[in-house]
Design a protein around this ligand. Structure first.
Ligand SMILES: [Zn+2]
Length: 460
């Protein structure tokens, strides 16, 4: 009897201990979730302050990684899939006898986009099926489809180049480009042909630079040329890949996955004053605000950042209920999939625009955790509304959050310390810098044929 009672007591104690253990775990989980929520709110609040006072954190990186052939193909695809102001991300996953194309963008996929992607994939399969024989009619249809889809973005890039040419018409580099242009083109008002000639010109300049390492052509001008030329370069690059018999199997078994955008419209954030007062006292805050009032760019950005998307009203700088729209950047959307599926091998993510500073920080953190992520470049700008990826591994999530917050704290702290210094001007955005190095064989014939439906443009 006594031993039975004893075993009952032991059981009861074990049960009590188990309940206590569970309670402790639940408490820890709640605390952890609270920390996560709090840190996320802090992150979204600090992004707003930094975009206003230190939009460009550092100089844009000029490093371009060495890419494999199929990785270049991802870049070309990202270029021709991005229309208007959209950012498109392409990740090509090569499997044993097939390939997956993962796509993501910062806007919803419309029917118009889906039909376009289907058409492009069909053309690629057809070209690849017939390789090494050329399917001129399909290649022609491909270039026409691409040009129709991308013409608005190409036109806006052409306008920027035209403005530059107009403002620098007496400079030697502009004159020399004009000579090259007129020697190599018959249809001077065809957008596709202008893109083609710009691509030729850019490659020639780069070749010369590689040989002698000297060029008097300003980088800004070359960037305009490169962006205009990127369409012709990407189209011929894609056709070259599809015609390559090595990739036959991959194109034959290609599957396309489109990831949906993630947007949160009403994220609660701390006010401007709340965040800044965490770094400086009230007296210094007043001084800092006086300085800000004299900085037009800061005030402009601040107004933009704290304006409510739905009401279009500017929210008070000391309000305790500020709302912000946040969304997952397209490259982070793909990266979430890679992390959730623990894909550790070399992973190249092609982005139609260079990555922002927060994406760069997150990628750096992922690299530290063993993910071999490669991107084409960073522009070091901080955008408010950047959403933290919601990866399944909660430990990864909280540690990445702490890593990013540490960096943001340093930026704000440093900026406030030197708040009397003038703030950097807004730099030009640096879109995809990849220059295709391909044959352009037959392409000029296609470009001449594509122009019937596409708007005319006069560069000079
Ligand atoms: Zn980004």
């Amino acid at each position: 009897m006594a031993s039975l009672l004893y075993s009952q007591v032991v059981k009861m104690t074990l049960l009590e201990e188990h309940i206590k253990e569970r309670e402790k775990e639940l408490k820890e989980l709640k605390e952890y979730e609270k920390e996560l929520k709090e840190c996320e709110k802090e992150l979204y609040s600090k992004e707003c302050v930094i975009q206003s006072i230190n939009f460009v954190v550092d100089e844009a990186s000029k490093k371009v990684p060495g890419l494999k052939e199929y990785e270049k193909f991802s870049c070309y695809l990202a270029t021709i899939l991005a229309r208007e102001k959209q950012v498109v991300v392409v990740w090509l996953r090569i499997l044993l006898d097939s390939c997956e194309i993962h796509l993501s963008k910062n806007f919803a996929w419309l029917d118009y986009d889906l039909k376009y992607i289907d058409k492009i994939m069909k053309y690629l399969k057809d070209i690849s099926n017939n390789a090494p024989a050329k399917l001129s009619n399909v290649e022609n249809a491909f270039t026409e489809t691409v040009m129709l889809y991308c013409s608005a973005k190409l036109e806006s890039r052409l306008k920027k180049l035209k403005d530059y040419i107009k403002n620098n018409s007496n400079n030697e580099h502009v004159k020399s480009f004009k000579d090259f242009f007129l020697t190599n083109i018959n249809y001077t008002d065809s957008m596709t042909m202008i893109s083609y000639v710009c691509n030729l010109y850019y490659k020639e300049v780069k070749d010369k630079q590689n040989k002698s390492n000297k060029s008097k052509i300003p980088l800004e001008f070359l960037e305009y040329i490169k962006k205009v030329g990127s369409y012709a370069g990407s189209m011929s690059g894609i056709i070259d890949c599809a015609r390559n018999i090595q990739f036959k199997q991959l194109f034959f078994n290609v599957k396309v996955f489109k990831r949906s955008p993630v947007i949160i419209n009403n994220q609660s954030i701390y006010s401007w004053k709340n965040i800044i007062r965490r770094f400086i006292d009230e007296e210094k805050y007043k001084e800092f605000m006086d300085k800000c009032l004299n900085k037009t760019k800061v005030m402009e950005r601040m107004r933009k950042v704290y304006t409510d998307n739905t009401t279009q009203q500017q929210q008070l700088l000391n309000d305790d209920d500020v709302k912000q729209c946040i969304y997952l950047h397209a490259e982070m959307n793909i990266l979430t999939y890679i992390i959730d599926n623990k894909i550790n091998g070399r992973t190249f993510i092609a982005v139609s625009k260079k990555c922002c500073y927060l994406c760069e920080l997150y990628i750096n953190f992922a690299r530290d955790q063993g993910y071999n992520i490669i991107v084409t470049g960073n522009h070091k700008k901080v955008y408010s509304g950047w959403k933290l990826p919601n990866v399944k591994d909660s430990n990864f999530k909280i540690r990445s959050l702490r890593y990013i917050l540490k960096s943001l704290d340093q930026i704000i702290g440093k900026k406030l310390e030197h708040y009397t210094r003038s703030l950097p001007a807004v730099l030009n955005s640096n879109e995809n810098s990849l220059n295709p190095n391909n044959s352009n064989e037959n392409m000029d014939t296609y470009y001449k044929n594509t122009d019937k439906k596409i708007k005319k443009f006069s560069l000079f």
